[in-house]
Design a protein around this ligand. Structure first.
Ligand SMILES: Cc1ncc(COP(=O)(O)O)c(C=O)c1O
Length: 396
C-alpha cells in the first residue's frame, strides 16, 4: 500500500493536482502574513470570513470570557457529561435567529450532514439531490440506505423528473446547498419548494455559505426568498461567516432535531463543542443580525469586484454573492492566474478537477466585509495586468 500511495502522490505532483498548504503567520483576516512570504502584506481573497469576524475584538472577548468561566474543553460527548449551558444557549440562539423549531450542534457541518440522512431515512425513502451539492452532503447520502436520485445543478425540469421517479417512497427529501460554494450560485428555493409541495416532499438546505450575510438580517437563503417556513431542515457551519472557528448544526422541525439528538452517530459519538466557541458564535450571530453596516460593506465590495472584473471582459460566475469564481476552463490557466496574483501579493486558490468538473477550472475569489475599496482595486488591477501580460487568457 505504501508503494501505491507514493506512486499516487507522485502522480498528483506530476499532474499539478497536489494541494499544498500555506501557513498563515497572522490572525485570519483580509490582510495576512504568510510563513512562505515573510514581510509581504498579502490581501487574502480566499477565506470564508465573509463578515470579517474571525479576529473581531468582540468575538475574541466573548471567547476569552467563556474560557475564564468554563475552561477549555469538555472532554465528553454531550449526553455523558459534555453539555454546558453555552451549547444550549447557542442552540436556542440559532433557532431564534433562523426562526426554526429547534437546533442541534455538531463538531462541524460536515458531521452534521453525515449524521443527518442515515438517521432519518432508510430503504423505504428517497433522496433527490442537486448534482453540485457539497462533498459532506454526498457522503451523508451515501451512508443512508435511501434510494438516491440526482438532478442537474439548479435544473428544475430535471428535479421534477427525478421527483416523478421517486414517487411512491415513504418519505421524499429534496436536498440542496443554499449557495453553491464553487460557483456562487443560489438555489432556486421558491421553485424547489413548489415542486416539493406538489410531490409531498420535504426540503433540506445546507446554508453554510449564506447564514450571517445573505437575506434579511443575514438569515440565509430561505429568508432571502421569504420561504423559511417551507424549509424543513437547514444545516450550517460556525466555521465561515459566524466567527470562523468550527462547529456546525442542523436546525428545523422539532421532531427531526429531537430524533437526531437520540440517534445521530456523529452527535452521539463525538466530543462536545468547546464553550468558548459557543459564546463567540452567539456574539457573532448578534453582530450578524444587527450589524447591517458589515453586510452593506460586504455587498459594496462584492459589486465593486464583480463590476471591475466583468469590465475587463472576464467570465465571472454566480450572481451578487461574495464567492466570485473566474472560470478559466483549463487547469494550467487557473494555476498561472493564481501564481500571477500571488506575485502581486494577492492570495487566491485555483481549483481544478476533481474539486470542480473537468474543463471548468477556476480561481475562486471570496470577498469579506473587512476588505477595503483599495484592496479590491488592487485585485482588479492585478487581473488587468495579467490579461495584459499573461500568455493564457483567463476567459474561455
Ligand atoms: C456547503 C458546505 N457544507 C458543509 C461544509 C462543511 O462545513 P464545516 O467546515 O463546518 O465542516 C462546507 C465547508 O466547506 C460547505 O461549503
Amino acid at each position: 500500500m505504501l508503494d501505491r500511495l507514493r506512486a499516487d502522490l507522485e502522480g498528483l505532483r506530476r499532474d499539478g493536482f497536489e494541494k499544498t498548504e500555506v501557513p498563515l503567520n497572522s490572525p485570519q483576516g483580509s490582510h495576512v502574513v504568510l510563513g512562505t512570504k515573510i514581510g509581504a502584506d498579502i490581501i487574502n481573497m480566499c477565506a470564508n470570513n465573509y463578515l470579517g469576524l474571525a479576529n473581531h475584538p468582540a468575538i475574541l472577548a466573548a471567547a476569552k470570557d467563556a474560557i475564564d468561566r468554563f475552561g477549555f474543553g469538555m472532554a465528553s460527548v454531550r449526553f455523558i457529561c459534555g453539555t454546558n449551558g453555552l451549547q444550549l444557549d447557542l442552540e436556542t440562539r440559532l433557532s431564534n435567529y433562523l426562526k426554526t423549531e429547534g437546533t442541534i450542534l455538531y463538531s462541524s457541518c460536515f458531521d452534521a450532514n453525515t449524521g443527518l440522512f442515515e438517521t432519518l431515512l432508510d430503504e423505504r425513502d428517497a433522496i433527490v439531490s442537486d448534482a453540485l451539492n457539497h462533498a459532506s452532503i454526498i457522503d451523508g447520502i451515501r451512508l443512508s440506505k435511501a434510494k438516491r436520485f440526482r438532478f442537474a445543478h439548479n435544473d428544475m425540469a430535471a428535479l421534477e423528473a427525478m421527483l416523478d421517479r421517486a414517487a411512491g417512497a415513504r418519505t421524499i427529501l429534496i436536498v440542496t446547498d443554499g449557495v453553491f460554494s464553487m460557483d456562487g450560485t443560489i438555489a432556486n428555493l421558491p421553485a424547489i419548494c413548489a415542486l416539493a409541495e406538489r410531490s409531498k416532499a420535504l426540503v433540506m438546505v445546507d446554508d453554510s455559505h449564506a447564514v450571517g450575510f445573505v437575506g434579511p438580517g443575514g438569515r440565509g437563503t430561505p429568508a432571502l426568498y421569504e420561504i423559511a417556513d417551507k424549509i424543513d431542515i437547514v444545516s450550517g457551519t460556525l466555521g465561515k461567516a459566524l466567527g470562523g472557528a468550527s462547529g456546525g448544526y442542523i436546525s428545523g422541525r422539532r421532531e427531526v432535531v429531537d430524533w437526531l439528538r437520540q440517534a445521530s452517530r456523529p452527535y452521539l459519538f463525538s466530543n462536545a463543542l468547546m464553550p468558548a466557541i459557543c459564546a463567540a458564535s452567539i456574539c457573532a450571530i448578534d453582530m450578524a443580525e444587527t450589524a447591517s453596516d458589515l453586510r452593506q460593506n460586504l455587498s459594496r465590495r462584492v459589486m465593486q469586484l464583480r463590476t471591475g472584473l466583468s469590465e475587463l471582459g472576464l467570465e465571472v460566475g454566480g450572481i451578487d454573492h461574495p464567492i466570485v469564481p473566474i472560470i478559466t476552463g483549463d487547469a494550467q490557466a487557473a494555476k498561472d492566474l493564481a501564481v500571477h496574483l500571488f506575485m502581486n501579493d494577492i492570495l487566491a486558490t485555483p481549483f481544478a478537477y476533481p474539486i470542480v468538473p473537468k474543463g471548468a477550472a477556476r480561481v475562486r475569489l471570496q470577498v469579506s466585509a473587512s476588505h477595503s475599496e483599495r484592496d479590491i482595486e488592487r485585485v482588479v488591477s492585478s487581473f488587468a495586468s495579467y490579461i495584459g501580460v499573461g500568455k493564457h487568457s483567463p476567459t474561455h
